[in-house]
Design a protein around this ligand. Structure first.
Ligand code: BGC
Length: 266
């Protein structure tokens, strides 16, 4: 991997497992100093930070619930205290609380909206404030970069997951509206829409041969994604290589969003 992000400082939310873990690792491999946010798995975040430091990089773990404004503020304060500022923010924290629509509780609706959508709002807002607070930095052409972790379900409806799909649909328009608003300040806001990536959130969909076989019918490219696939996309979106990419959702999904059911039908 190139060292495109040398000298830059990144914060990744929800980075103690899954996609966030892979993104934090990839940003560190590309030379960025990384703040690894966690909510409940502090040990995994500390271990990742220690591994990055052992490999010669800079990293530390920082706990915060992204749905809580005071905790978001404290997290940004601690990253700025630690590294001086922030250049790259990956708003990644997310969860699922699945249920048939008629049984979905209001509490589960709110939890998913608070973490997935309000959490990204708060994270991005605090990032924009920090970018505007300081001068541009020679390490990057942009004043700052924000990457929102969306999903193929910002596009593909998902029965039994109405709260989750609604939160990802919300991220799509939040990201684009924010991108339009802050682009004149040379802040780039983009999103990644992962498909089926091998992580704890969807373990049931890949941890038996039968489940994997069923899942792969939805993936024209014929394999499940790995966190590294998303990590490499995040490195590119965070780097000057993508300097003219503004307000775009990059689908990294092995073709899942190509309506594979239509390949021999319709
Ligand atoms: C969900 C996963 C799912 C994938 C593809 C993701 O956003 O979190 O559970 O496997 O979309 O459907």
């Amino acid at each position: 991997m190139t060292q495109d992000l040398q000298g830059q400082i990144a914060l990744v939310t929800g980075a103690s497992s899954g996609i966030g873990f892979g993104v934090a690792q990839a940003l560190a491999d590309a030379g960025a100093a990384v703040a690894i946010n966690y909510h409940s798995h502090g040990e995994a975040a500390e271990d990742l930070a220690a591994d990055i430091r052992k490999a010669g990089g800079q990293a530390f773990a920082v706990g915060a619930d992204v749905a809580d404004e005071a905790q978001i503020d404290a997290m940004f304060d601690s990253v700025i205290q630690h590294f001086g500022t922030i250049d790259i923010v990956v708003a990644n924290s997310g969860l699922q609380k699945d249920a048939p629509f008629v049984d979905m509780t209001l509490a589960d609706w709110h939890t998913v909206m608070n973490v997935n959508l309000a959490g990204q709002f708060l994270t991005a807002q605090r990032a924009v404030r920090e970018f505007l607070r300081r001068e541009p930095r020679p390490v990057s052409m942009a004043l700052g970069k924000i990457i929102c972790m969306s999903s193929v379900h910002e596009l593909i409806p998902w029965a039994g997951h109405v709260n989750y799909a609604a939160s990802k649909g919300g991220i799509q328009m939040m990201m684009k509206s924010l991108a339009q608003e802050v682009a004149p300040h040379r802040i780039r806001v983009n999103a990644i829409a992962p498909g089926a990536i091998r992580t704890p959130i969807n373990k049931a969909a890949w941890d038996s041969p039968q489940a994997l076989d069923k899942l792969l019918k939805l993936v024209p490219y014929g394999r499940i994604g790995e966190p590294g696939d998303i990590g490499r996309a995040a490195v590119w979106l965070a780097s000057d290589e993508s300097d003219y990419v503004v307000g775009t959702t990059l689908f990294v999904d092995g073709g899942m969003s190509l309506y594979p059911g239509f390949a021999d039908n319709g």
